[in-house]
Design a protein around this ligand. Sequence first.
Ligand SMILES: Cc1ncc(COP(=O)(O)O)c(C=O)c1O
Length: 280
Amino acid sequence: MSRVYNFSAGPAVLPEEVLREAADEMLDYKGTGMSVMEMSHRSKAYDEIIKDAEKDLRDLMNIPDNYKVIFLQGGASLLFAGVPMNLMKKGKAAYIITGQWAKKAAQEAEKYGEVVKVASSADKTFSYIPDCSDLDIPDDVDYVYICENNTIYGTKFWQLPNTKGHELVADVSSCFLSEPVDVTKYGVIYGGVQKNVGPSGVQIVIVREDLIADGPALSCTPTMMDWKIQADNESLYNTPPCYGIYICGKVFKWIKKMGGLEAMKAHNEKKAKILYDFLD
Ligand SMILES: Cc1ncc(COP(=O)(O)O)c(C=O)c1O
């Protein structure tokens, strides 16, 4: 067997240790006599898997108790609709356009309410992050939206925008768990897991509970995209992407073992330095 150096942005490389462990458990997960793919999501064994995954993620990111963690399915792109459907209570949101994913998110949000593009780097092919320290943000927006790391253009918000008191919503699909994060600065952090954490299809939403207390902003929100219902049901409203969540859980444990998000940051900086030194 030979493994390649895999630079795919996503689905991306996973820790070999995690893959080996999953392979060992493929036919018989911890004496249950079955694969995680074959077991009921209501079983005791799976309940432990999903609860452990949430607990380990909370530990890693230091997620406060007043934030809900939800495992969903449908890819990050489904959340381009999920965000406005759940949060656009006043029907208006501010978007900062720093790449294709933010652009797509704004286009999708326009189906559900008014989108005010308060900053953009489209003029220079998204090659920079605009100054977001004093943006002209209307008072009546429900949230300010960013794509924190722009996968296609390689730019990242090193400093979060000044939202002027509005909730910050961030798509972190391509920087998830790559460095420590202060969750309290966000109303919502979400991402697809296929870049850093697990198999495609699983999305993770971390949302402050007061934002979803009254249910979604739009009454037409499909039940499956209703974050309150999903949170109240601890991500088990229906059959979740069981195997994907199981792999995410293993990656969380692996990151903890490696020293947590500080260690991931140091590791990532070392990796980036090798590449950039070579390019320079
Ligand atoms: C930042 C970002 N957001 C959203 C997406 C879309 O994710 P998905 O394919 O899971 O819908 C991607 C790419 O895959 C991405 O890099």
